[in-house]
Every structure is written in C-alpha cells, then in structure tokens.
Design a protein. Structure first.
Lengths: 208, 208
C-alpha cells in the first residue's frame, strides 16, 4: 500500500531511513518514527546517539573477527577457553547461538560472509587471514566448520576444507540429524538419511 | 527465543534501543543493528543524525496539530482548501490516509490520541483547544468525526459531539458500510446492518 504525502520533510526523511532497514516497509517505518516522536526527548536522543556511536566505536576482534568493544573480544581474551579449537561461523549471530548452548569451550572465527559467485562475493571478501596465520603458527588443532548448509555454505566449506587441509589439523563439521523433539515424518529425506548413516551409540546419548 | 551474551556492550545497547520500538523483538533488533554495521559510515551517521533531529526539529501545526516542518502545516497554509470544513482524526497517519484518497478538500484536526479511561487518557490529554477556539470564532461550519470505531473512538466521538453541539455547526461522521470490492458474506453484521439502514440512491453511486 502506498503512503500519501508527508506533512514534513524531516518526517519523510526519517521514514526513509527506517525503511532502508531489512524487513521494514514504509508503513512500519512510519509507525516506528511516530512512536519515537511520542517518546521523551532524552529517549530519542539516546537512540540517535547509540546509532552514531555504533559504526565509529564498535570494533572487530583482531583474533576472531567477532564484534567487540576492544581489540580482542572477551572470548579470545579468556585463558580458560581452548584456543586450539576453532569453530568457524558465518556471522556474530552464529557465535551467540552456539554460546547459548553452553556446550562449547573453544574459540570462534567469524568469516563475515559466505562465498557467493552470484553476488560477486569471493574468498577475498571473507576474513580468513587471521585464522590462516594462527594455523600456520601451529596454534590450531581442530577447525569445526559450522556454516549453514546452503549452496553458499557448502561452497565456502569446500573452499576452506581445501585451504586448510594442507595443515596437519582436524577439520570437522556439525553433526546433522533429526532435531531433538522433532518427529521423523517431518524430517527431510537428506537429514533423515544422514542421521541413519551417522547413527550414534544409544548409550552415548543417555549420558548427555 | 533467547539471545546469548553479546560480545559487545555497545552492540547490546543498540539492540536494546531498537527492541524498544513497537513490534521489534530482540532477534529482529540484532538483525537491524548488524545490518547497519555492514553499511558505510556515512549511511549510519545520517541515520543517527536524522533521529537526533527528529525530536528537536519536528513541530506540530499550531492550527491542526499535524506533524509539520513549520509553525503552520502545508494543508492549513493552503488558501485553496476549505477552512470551514474540519476532518477530526486521531493521528498523522489518518491524515495521510485521507489525503491519499484525493477526495477531500477541507482541513484536518489531529487529536493526538483517544479518550481511554483504562490507560488513564482523558480529554485533557488530547489536543482540542485550537479547534474549539476556531469554532468559537465562527470559522467552522462542519466537523467530520473520523475516528476509528473502537470503544475508545466511540467514547471520544461522544465526548466531542457533546462538546461541539453547543455551537451551530454540522457534526458528521464517515459513512460506514460494506467495503467496495468486499463480499457480503464476509461483512460483519453491524457493518452490513448499517449499510442497509443507510442505503444510498444507486444513481448517486454510478456518478462517482
């Protein structure tokens, strides 16, 4: 649906800014802006200032490329974590998702994207170098490829596998299978097939 | 779903700001913030600055209370519009919706809310005074009550009707009926009942 003429240029500009965000249409953007206008001045200013600080102050960890407030992120700076075990993910959300499981004590490497020839994204657009350097120094024992199983993810997995198989390290990937609580008849064939092929000892699962 | 620990305080703060907006959860907020982080610095700064300007620069028309860049909005400042005909609406979106029809040549009055005893919103919280002043000066011939037909809308309509019936002006309301293109069997009983009771001459509709 179209929105009529705005009664204010600044309102229109604000709506345009919000609707440039992914998944936010003009109508939603207008609703958000009008919501902000109803808030106290301090609230709106804090919002604007946070956005202004965002790009200038946020850093990317020099070690793992995750979003960080410092040169080295908290995970990489933590001596209690296993620095020889690297979980390779696409983006910071993936780090959060895995941290949320509280099942992982290694560190991460955030690629910042996936190889996608269609979108013109090649290996040079990804952050690989710090991981390569670490591996070359012999600091890495295992890399867990934890990319999404999309075409881009598979392409990137394959590229990385080839790149890192020259080193004497273990390259693993996430177990795929029927989700816990998931029903067999709703699992797709490939997942179900993989989960039969890679079946695990029952006794191992009850120890969890 | 819960989001794990953030790797950056500033990231967390930005996510909190975005998730304070209506309809935006933590996951969406995180996606929006990470999207902004991928944009050029100028883009993000323009976004932040627009928000900062929003609250300090946007004005409300002294005549109709609509959002405006000036003391008097473009609609109220337009001498070609009928200033004796006032369409009374709840918010600026309603003005846009009616302007969009290109069927209305009067001016507006934006209440800025509806009477809602449950939420502690009384008549004193609405902007009524400029309209009352205009009416007292004899500048108004007709007020169209165009509020939503919710309980709050009806309460507010009734309050305004009582308030303005002391003046010698026409008080009208939007026609309600089955929407154009709408099918009878899907119209609710009240709308359908109203549309039979207030039936119009067929010949008037084909002249549209």
């Amino acid at each position: 649906m179209q929105i009529g003429r705005y009664s204010s240029r600044l309102l229109e500009k604000a709506v345009e800014e919000f609707s440039s965000l992914p998944g936010i249409g003009k109508k939603t953007a207008l609703r958000l802006v009008l919501h902000l206008l109803r808030q106290d001045k301090e609230v709106v200013e804090r919002f604007g200032e946070t956005i202004l600080r965002l790009k200038s102050e946020i850093q990317y960890c020099k070690s793992c490329n995750n979003i960080s407030d410092n040169e080295i992120c908290e995970i990489c700076a933590n001596p209690a974590r296993d620095h020889s075990l690297i979980c390779l993910v696409e983006n910071p959300q993936n780090v959060m998702a895995i941290e949320n499981t509280q099942q992982y004590n290694g560190i991460y490497h955030v690629l910042g994207g996936l190889i996608s020839p269609v979108d013109g994204i090649g290996p040079a657009d990804l952050v690989i170098e710090p991981l390569e350097k670490k591996t070359r120094k012999g600091e890495v024992k295992e890399i867990i490829l934890a990319l999404n199983t999309t075409m881009e993810g598979d392409t990137t997995n394959f590229y990385l596998y080839k790149k890192f198989s020259e080193f004497e390290i273990k390259i693993t990937t996430l177990a795929r299978g029927v989700s816990i609580g998931g029903e067999l008849e709703y699992a797709d064939e490939i997942t179900l097939g993989r989960s039969i092929k890679n079946r695990t000892l029952f006794v191992d699962t009850i120890q969890l």
